[in-house]
Design a binder for this molecule. Structure first.
Ligand code: NAX
Length: 344
């Protein structure tokens, strides 16, 4: 009998297969431990980790594999490092697509988009061909929304609802900024919304957010008592936080990005907390907020049984409308340019 052994629980479930691309990079380095330790898919869920990167990074991946082995994590059943999509995307339950083409000196925005369209077209087609049809796909690599759209379009046999992009880092940044301003722990702030693109046009909206203080829920505007800040510096701080981290660290956000990826995937797997919503980039189709169809756009969502639902009925004032339209317009343009590269 294994019942007294701490590992016995994890022996009862079949392992799930989870892919992380860009696995030799800095976000992956902060992320892989949490996944392999059960912080995302559950403390009793064995995991096979597949690590995909480009051929020149294979020696680095070997080092990452050694470190994962050296963590001696009981849930980690196998680690598969590879540079081949037919190996990387086979039978996946979850895919976290972190790797993308970074902007190089002198590179135009269009050239960057073109290079990423090629990557996410290939990876979408590989998902279509090799992954389980139930696979949950999270795109992190920038431009995350449009990369996600291209991957979803290139995987016609997988429901578009299975694809999402990361705006949880922006969501967490917004939550934390408000919490610090009011002087409460971050989990006392809920229902912030990130609308739109994971770019500087994103709209961090706190009109529906609440702060738990002195035993009751207070609207953020009443708790903060500084409308000028909430409509000004708060928004630009969240929009430009990535750039501020790069300026200070000389490297882009990695620890906080990894934490946000864990939050995002854990909510897909286990659902959002009761009575709370989160932000996630998902496929827009017939939504009630007047967002154009056929974009990956960040909305407020709840998730249950691995299925998301947009939170409907939030009142949108003129201030919010203008900002939502601006980020949608940017995404439409990005999508149209990206699609023009699809056939190239
Ligand atoms: P790194 O440059 O440290 O790592 C990226 C890794 O991806 C490298 O090892 C590279 O070889 C690999 N890679 C490149 N092309 C690949 C391909 N076709 N297949 C597999 N692997 C490939 O970057 P890191 O700091 O880890 O950031 C990764 C991505 O996340 C970047 O695109 C970054 O802009 C994006 N971010 C997105 C965020 C979001 O909220 N959506 C926030 C954090 C981050 O800025």
């Amino acid at each position: 009998m294994l019942t007294d052994h701490p590992a016995s629980l994890s022996l009862q479930l079949d392992p799930i297969k989870v892919l992380v691309t860009g696995a030799a990079g800095q976000i992956a380095y902060s992320l892989l431990y949490s996944i392999a330790n059960g912080d995302v898919f559950g403390k009793d869920q064995p995991i096979i980790l597949v690590l995909l990167d480009i051929p020149p990074m294979l020696p680095v991946l070997d080092g990452v594999v050694m470190e994962l082995q050296d963590c001696a994590l009981p849930l980690l059943r196998e680690v598969i490092p590879t540079d081949k999509v037919e190996v990387g995307f086979k039978d996946l339950d979850a895919a976290i697509l972190v790797g993308s083409m970074p902007r190089k000196e002198g590179m135009e925005r269009k050239d960057l988009l073109k290079a990423n369209v090629a990557i996410f077209k290939t990876q979408g087609a590989a998902l279509d061909k090799y992954a389980k049809k139930t696979v949950k796909v999270l795109v992190v690599g920038n431009p995350a929304n449009t990369n996600c759209l291209i991957a979803a379009k290139s995987a016609p046999s997988i429901p578009k609802e299975n694809f999402s992009c990361l705006t949880r880092l922006d969501h967490n940044r917004a939550r934390s900024q408000v919490a610090m301003r009011v002087g409460v722990p971050s989990d006392c702030v809920k229902d912030v919304v990130i609308w739109g693109n994971h770019s500087s046009t994103q709209y961090p909206d706190v009109h529906h957010a609440k702060v738990q203080m002195q035993g009751k829920e207070v609207p953020v505007f009443d708790a903060v008592k500084d409308d000028a800040w909430l409509k000004g510096d708060f928004i630009t701080t969240v929009q430009q936080r990535g750039a501020a981290v790069i300026k200070a660290r000389k490297l882009s956000s990695a620890m906080s990005a990894a934490k946000a990826i864990c939050d995002h995937m854990r909510d897909i797997w286990f659902g959002t907390p009761e009575g709370e919503f989160i932000s996630m980039g998902i496929y827009s189709s017939g939504n009630s907020y007047g967002v154009p169809d056929d974009l990956i756009f960040s909305f407020p969502l709840t998730i249950k049984n691995k299925t998301w639902k947009i939170v409907d009925g939030l009142e949108i004032n003129d201030f919010s409308r203008g900002k939502m339209d601006a980020t949608a317009a940017e995404l439409v343009e990005e999508r149209d340019t990206a699609i023009s590269f699809l056939s190239v």
